[in-house]
Write a protein that binds this ligand. Structure first.
Ligand SMILES: Cc1ncc(COP(=O)(O)O)c(C=O)c1O
Length: 404
């Protein structure tokens, strides 16, 4: 049998995954927790009730998704003071599906998309599956993270079709500021690029940030097509329900010369996306029926997750401040569920992670998020607080021992 080149993947598990499997049930303090359904978040008791609605017995497919579900998403944005026409929303089964629709919309095989690094390793397989080439562009850290716009622009080639932004980024927790997005819009306009903005962590700020910098891109009219993706796996802590969306942002007001072109492009994009969505009709009816009731629980679920990540961040800072010798520090983060730690550069971080696992601590090396190979670990702030405190304690003492 011959396989396609696009699926020519190395499917061997990583040394860390193998070492974890070999522990077979030995206790592990897990600082990589990313599944909100497995970390003690209490979901409202009646959460599943809307799934039993008899409305779900009727199959009335709409390629963009049921209007009531899209109106509920528009209402979610209205609570953030963002006006979004439900006609500009397309439902998908996850943000991954939203990305794959957008890659198919924008790229022919071999075309390129720019992706900021560090970042969550979400796009590699998605891009391969659509025969799209990802090109990393660096985020730089200097008292806080920022886009290296000069590096980004110099990575653009005639095959570049779009720029992905994760806002706020995972794991750096960096919000794209208004000034950065203005500069980026201008670069995209000059080179005819679209912007794909992933806002799954938008509701989880960790630091006071200027409201305009923490705004959705749906509130930042641009002279180029901007596609915002989000979903309930993070907004409601419900990844198992498989419901996400992409929204086509409004373009800049009519006074701007490019408006008509950009708006025409956005409308043509919506028509094509509708055909893509119609080809799969992948989102189940019951979750669409349930979405309006679920979004009404957003504050209760987000409140718990936010309290968890903020509490763990404070505990992490206290433990770092209490080190007898300051070996581990934390990078600034503005939002999200992760924190990046700077550790002494003694060996590759993957080796450090293996050594820590032998002592019963699971942690991501920075390289998992495309960071340099030595000096960085990433911790999940979603971990239950007792496990988090014990894990951080073990981490700091192990690093101190290794540095001796
Ligand atoms: C930035 C980012 N976007 C999207 C996702 C996945 O979202 P979904 O479950 O909707 O596919 C993740 C998962 O951690 C993520 O980090």
């Amino acid at each position: 049998m011959r396989f396609s080149r696009r699926t020519d993947w190395n499917t061997e598990s990583t040394p860390l995954a193998r070492a974890l499997a070999e522990r077979r049930g030995l206790p592990v303090l897990d600082l990589t927790v990313s599944n909100p359904t497995r970390c003690g978040i209490r979901y409202p008791g009646d959460l599943l009730q809307p799934l039993a609605s008899s409305a779900s017995l009727d199959y009335d497919p709409d390629p963009r998704g049921q209007l009531r579900a899209r109106e509920a998403i528009a209402a979610y944005y209205a609570r953030r003071n963002v006006a979004l026409d439900p006609a500009r929303i397309i439902l998908t089964t996850g943000t991954s599906e939203a990305y794959s629709f957008l890659f198919r919309l924008l790229c022919d095989p071999g075309d390129e998309i720019l992706v900021p690094a560090p970042g969550y390793p979400l796009f590699d397989y998605l891009a391969d599956a659509e025969s799209v080439r990802l090109v990393m562009t660096p985020l730089v850290y200097d008292h806080g993270w920022q886009l290296d716009l000069a590096a980004l622009e110099s990575a653009i080639t005639p095959r570049t079709r779009a720029v992905i932004l994760v806002h706020p980024n995972n794991p750096t927790g960096h919000f794209t500021s208004q000034a950065e997005s203005d500069a980026l819009f201008e670069i995209c306009r000059r080179h005819g690029l679209s912007l794909i903005v992933d806002e799954v962590f938008l509701d989880y700020p960790l630091e006071a940030v200027d409201a305009a910098d923490a705004d959705s891109f749906l509130a930042r009219p641009a002279p180029v097509p901007v596609f915002v993706v989000s979903g309930i796996s993070k907004i409601l802590g419900l990844p198992q329900m498989k419901l996400a969306w992409l929204a086509v942002a409004e373009t800049t007001p009519a006074a701007v010369i490019e408006h008509s072109t950009a708006e025409a492009a956005a409308e043509a994009a919506l028509d094509r996306l509708e055909v893509l969505a119609d080809t799969f009709l992948s989102v189940g009816t019951p979750v669409q029926v349930a979405l309006p009731a679920w979004l009404a629980h957003a504050a209760a679920i987000q409140g718990q997750i936010l309290a968890r990540v903020q509490g763990n961040l404070a505990a992490l800072d206290a433990a770092i401040a209490a080190q007898p010798v300051s070996l581990v520090s934390r990078l600034r983060t503005q939002a999200g569920w992760y924190a990046i730690l700077r550790i002494p550069v003694l060996r590759p971080d993957e080796e450090t992670a293996l050594l820590l696992l032998r002592r019963g601590l699971l942690i991501h090396p920075g390289s998992f998020f495309s960071m340099p190979s030595s000096g960085w670990l990433v911790v999940s702030l979603l971990t239950p607080p007792d496990e988090f405190a014990a894990g951080v304690g073990l981490l700091l003492s192990a690093i101190a021992e290794q540095a001796q």
